[in-house]
Design a protein around this ligand. Structure first.
Ligand code: GLY
Length: 368
């Protein structure tokens, strides 16, 4: 067994042991504190991260981990589809939420209701499209013109809906948003902005906002990771080389900033000497880099992805059997510690597991 197979096997054992605490509490795990699962501090089960725990369950089910993983994934899948009725708290992150829950269920088991639920989520995302050129990110009345880099990950839900229905509208919208992102977010040096505000009447760019990074104009590392993986997915969905070129540029920028220990700073422009890590960014980028490597045949990206995974395995995994949560030192936002700073957060666990699935040839690719 090589180190990645060994880590994945240990992760499977650990996550299997932490199903019970989540199911008994009736929650969707958001992060672990003192070894115990906590749910999201925001917006209940509508919070954008709800798909990651069932996503881990589906990955391990696909690996052959057994029925317990499917059961837990479906328990949470039901909580998430119940949020369709709440509706007003859902936003563009229905891609993250439903691709990894009902989307994964439909893909791995062929369950017909899960397929319908996935299409329902895609229709919600379509409903956020402003024909002036972008998919609206959030719901606050002052944010009608906001689009964010993270949305590149959500577009896969639209591409998938077009493939499944034969109706190209979904893919047209995804391409329009991706083209806007390419034009307005990708900077000269290969970094990307987090938030761009457009005039919702005209579609004209109004300004950039600082978002979850260090400052206006800085390079929030998780945003770079969303851009890198998101443009790679846009290429995989369309085979349009301009998206692959964008992914390469972001990958060059990202890999130039990986720390010597293989970990990732929370913002690539944070003050020198500031020890603020975001392992979420490292785990997401590792997955994006490995997909970029297989899309291009360029092995340097694979090696960079492995460097990131090695950094996480060497320094930041809590393997203690009776503590929930695996990946440590995750930071949700540079200036706001409310959602977690230097702690376990479930989407770090998800992307680390996805990276290990890729490294062991087992990834079912839940994003496409
Ligand atoms: N998609 C929101 C975040 O990365 O925090």
């Amino acid at each position: 067994m090589n180190r990645y197979e060994d880590a994945l096997e240990r992760a499977q054992v650990k996550f299997k042991g932490s199903i019970r605490p989540a199911a008994d509490a009736g929650i969707i795990p958001y992060k672990s504190e003192n070894g115990k699962w906590l749910e999201s501090p925001y917006d209940g089960n509508s919070w954008w991260t709800g798909g990651f725990w069932p996503g881990i369950m589906w990955l391990l089910y696909a690996r052959g981990g057994g029925e317990a993983f499917r059961q837990e994934a479906r328990r949470v899948g039901k909580l998430l589809t119940d949020e369709f009725r709440v509706f007003t708290k859902l936003n563009h992150d229905v891609g993250f939420m439903y691709l990894l829950s009902c989307g994964a269920d439909a893909k791995l088991t062929g369950d017909p209701q899960a397929a319908v639920d996935t299409l329902h989520a895609a229709s919600l995302l379509m409903g956020r499209f402003n024909p002036k050129g972008y998919v609206r990110a959030w719901n606050h009345p002052d944010q009608a013109g906001y689009a964010i880099i993270d949305c590149m990950m959500n577009l896969s839900l639209l591409f998938r809906a077009s493939r499944e229905t034969g109706d190209p509208r979904f893919a047209h919208v995804a391409r329009i948003h991706a083209d806007t992102t390419l034009r307005e977010f990708l900077r000269e040096n290969g970094s990307v902005s987090h938030i761009i505000e457009f005039d919702p009447e005209t579609g004209k760019r109004v300004r950039e906002h600082p978002g979850q990074g260090y400052a206006l104009g800085s390079s929030w590392s998780r945003g770079q990771a969303w851009g890198l993986y998101g443009f790679t997915l846009a290429y995989l969905n369309t085979k349009d080389e301009k998206y692959l070129a964008a992914a390469r540029r972001i990958a060059e920028y990202f890999t130039a900033h990986i720390r010597p220990d293989g970990l990732t700073d929370s913002d690539f422009c944070q003050p020198a000497g500031e020890e603020r890590i975001d392992n979420l960014a490292g785990a997401i980028a590792a997955c994006g880099l490995m997909e970029l490597a297989s899309a291009t045949g360029e092995t340097a990206w694979q090696r960079a992805g492995e460097r990131l995974v090695d950094g996480l395995l060497d320094h930041c995994c809590d393997w203690t059997a009776d503590r929930c949560g695996l990946l440590t030192r995750c930071t949700a936002s540079y200036h706001d510690d409310g959602a977690g700073r230097h702690t376990n957060i479930t989407y770090g666990d998800y992307f680390l597991t996805e990276a290990l699935m890729k490294l062991t040839g087992k990834d079912p690719m839940l994003w496409i």
